[in-house]
Every structure is written in structure tokens, then in C-alpha cells.
Design a protein around this ligand. Structure first.
Ligand code: ZN
Length: 226
């Protein structure tokens, strides 16, 4: 895969500096962008971002912790975005500095009301890669009000290139936050699209996918629907 043409989204005074990376990649019509293809793309994109950060003399901890890849039906464009680094929240100062799209901000606000209001917030302050990639899609498609209702593919990887399921409710030990799972449903993803990540038969897990060699995973796909 060629180098990713990352765009740095950056802003804020020193004490509230926030940044994230976004990119789009257009494929010709004859490329079939499957969930596996998208996952490998996200993994390569993360490797590319890590290399860039280190090449620029930054510490690895300054590299965003996740990259999310999104494909919507009807186009062969892959949208890529990192999580957001820096202080603040979305909605909040981080969101204003980065100019996060209203569709995204409003969906996060609705989640806050729907899931308890008050101190019940997005677990990672709304700064996950899923939020950023959705923002990117809305910014690149300003005349479209909603994401297509079905057929979307989305996958997130961590710095190691492992699949990271969307963050979810955190109701343990006094914590009552919600997460990207709730946000994605609110912004127009179906439950299947969110929970499938790599499809039910892929058995994705937060400790790293693929758990075994690719050959095994590919065979598992053959069982889908059976
Ligand atoms: Zn999240």
C-alpha cells in the first residue's frame, strides 16, 4: 500500500492543544472493499501513522492510540481517522478547536441525555477514532444529512494493529459512562454494523485479532450464515 496522505487536524493554544489525523483513499470501482480489506487497510494506516510520528521525532506515546476505517455503500472511498490527542472534550473545547461536525456533536449530546445525562459521559471524552471518522465523513459529504441506512463497514485498530471494538457502557465500580457503541447507533449505524466489526464469525476480540493465522480466520468466514 502506498503512503497515506494524512492531513493533520490541529489547533488550540499550548495548554489545550489537540490533534488528530484524517485521510481518504479512493479505489477504482473494480476493487471489492470487504470487511477484511478494510481491516488490513486500517492496520497499514496505523503502521504508516506510527512511522510518521517517529520520523518527525515525536514519542510513540504522542501517536494517537487508534485508527478507524469507514466505508459507506455506493462509493469505493475509505475514510480514515485517528483518535484525538490532547485535553478537553467533544462536545467541548477539543470539539470546537477541531471544528467537529454538528451531526456528530448533536449525536453525542443526544447520547448524553439518553444514557442518563449529568455526569454520565462518553468514556473517552468523545475523542475516539470512531467519532473522528464519522466527523470526516460528514465534512466530506456536506450536502448529505444522514449516513446510508445499511451496508456500512467500520473497523478500528489500536497502535499494535489489533481490532478494537467500539467502547461501550462502563458501569463497573461507580462508573456509569457510555461509549462509541451508543454513539454509532445514535449517528445512524445499525446494531449489526457496530457489533459485527469483522462479522460474527470472525470472533473479534479486544485482545487482538486475528488470534491465529490468517488461514484459520479465512476458513471461519466460510461458516458465516451456517
Ligand atoms: Zn470509543
Amino acid at each position: 500500500m502506498e503512503k497515506i496522505d494524512w492531513e493533520e487536524q490541529w489547533g488550540g493554544a499550548k495548554s489545550e492543544e489537540v490533534y488528530a489525523y484524517t485521510a481518504t483513499r479512493q479505489y477504482s470501482g473494480n476493487v471489492n472493499i470487504s470487511q477484511e480489506f478494510l481491516y488490513l487497510h486500517a492496520k497499514k494506516a496505523m503502521e504508516d501513522l506510527r512511522e510518521r510520528i517517529l520520523r518527525e521525532g515525536w514519542k510513540i506515546t504522542e501517536c494517537p492510540g487508534a485508527v478507524c476505517a469507514l466505508k459507506v455503500p455506493g462509493t469505493n472511498t475509505i475514510y480514515l481517522a485517528s483518535s484525538i490527542k490532547g485535553p478537553g472534550r467533544v462536545p467541548g473545547t477539543a470539539g470546537s478547536i477541531l471544528g467537529i461536525d454538528d451531526h456528530v456533536v448533536n449525536a453525542l449530546r443526544r447520547c448524553r441525555i439518553r444514557y442518563g445525562g449529568g455526569e454520565r459521559r462518553h468514556h473517552y471524552q468523545g475523542k475516539c477514532a470512531e467519532v473522528m471518522v464519522t466527523h470526516l465523513w460528514f465534512s466530506e459529504n456536506p450536502t448529505i444529512e444522514d449516513l446510508p441506512k445499511s451496508g456500512k463497514l467500520i473497523v478500528t485498530v489500536n497502535r499494535k494493529g489489533e481490532v478494537k471494538l467500539p467502547c461501550n457502557f462502563y458501569w463497573g465500580s461507580g462508573c456509569s459512562d457510555w461509549g462509541c457503541k451508543q454513539f454509532l447507533l445514535e449517528v445512524g449505524f445499525t446494531d449489526d454494523e457496530v457489533t459485527a466489526t469483522l462479522g460474527p464469525s470472525w470472533e473479534p476480540n479486544i485482545h487482538g485479532w486475528p488470534r491465529s493465522r490468517r488461514g484459520r480466520a479465512l476458513r471461519r468466514v466460510g461458516h458465516r450464515g451456517s
